[in-house]
Design a protein around this ligand. Structure first.
Ligand code: MG
Length: 248
């Protein structure tokens, strides 16, 4: 429907588009109520259209890799890795999306290098964004906090102290396959504590430990997985928003 005085109806058409430049009939963007940022004590609040995967109360959206109930501890508004209970994954599958989560390494420092506050955020159960306590804890660069494990170190080390809450904001574009062939690789943008540490980075393969893996065709939507690396890392306020275009 025409919206008077909002735009123009005598301007050129945008190439490949039914809309004119400043078209007065082009619909308004849909409204989303923004969330709030994570505080040192309190979790952030998800935006109004987010799909919440963990709100601090229970693991009903998560399961163990064998399909049994997730065994991590829930207390004080967060979940905590119960060492050696295994990785957990979401029951629902995610495709291209924006993901937010908050995590904290144990405040009691134990171990060093890869043994300190290690966990991981595995997109589609295959592509790991490293979670690690790299506050005064050097390790191999492509395994540091926020590294795309075994592929790309983060642009900078934006770690907070162990025990402090930290944020990951991820923009994930899943790989595409044509039959068994890779059509386009996965791409990831990551903000660690609000700082860009990967910008539209192309993954050359699923991430691996001491190995170069190869893309293997998988569905366009897969679960999100969190890693049990035998360190009691905490997570809270996990949500995502499917990436949809303006017209979808
Ligand atoms: Mg890890």
């Amino acid at each position: 429907m025409a919206q008077q005085n909002l735009g123009y109806d005598d301007t050129p058409f945008i190439p490949g588009s039914p809309w004119r430049v400043h078209d007065s009939t082009r619909r308004q963007p849909r409204i989303v109520i923004p969330g709030t940022a994570c505080g040192s004590k309190s979790p952030g609040i998800a935006p109004s259209d987010a799909i919440v995967l963990f709100d601090g109360t229970d693991l009903s959206k998560w399961e163990s890799l064998d399909g049994a109930a997730a065994k991590w501890k829930v207390k004080g508004g967060y979940m905590e890795v119960d060492p050696s209970s295994g990785n957990i994954r979401t029951k629902e599958s995610l495709g291209d999306c924006q993901i937010h989560l908050e995590w904290a390494a144990p405040d009691v420092i134990e171990g060093e290098s890869q043994g300190r506050g290690n966990s991981g955020v595995f997109l589609m159960c295959r592509y790991e964004i490293q979670v690690l306590d790299c506050w005064n804890n050097p390790t191999y660069a492509d395994g540091t906090t926020a590294a795309l494990y075994g592929e790309y170190p983060p642009l900078v080390n934006a770690c907070r102290r162990p025990g402090e809450w930290q944020t990951y904001d991820i923009v994930w574009v899943a790989p595409r396959f044509k039959g068994t062939e890779l059509a386009s690789p996965a791409r990831v943008t990551l903000f660690h504590n609000g700082i860009v540490v990967h910008h539209d980075q192309v993954l050359f393969a699923p991430t691996g430990h001491r190995a170069i893996l190869k893309y293997e065709a998988h569905p366009p939507e897969e679960p999100l997985m969190l890693q049990d690396h035998r360190n009691p890392v905490r997570f809270r306020n996990i949500w995502y928003r499917p990436l949809k275009g303006y017209d979808e």
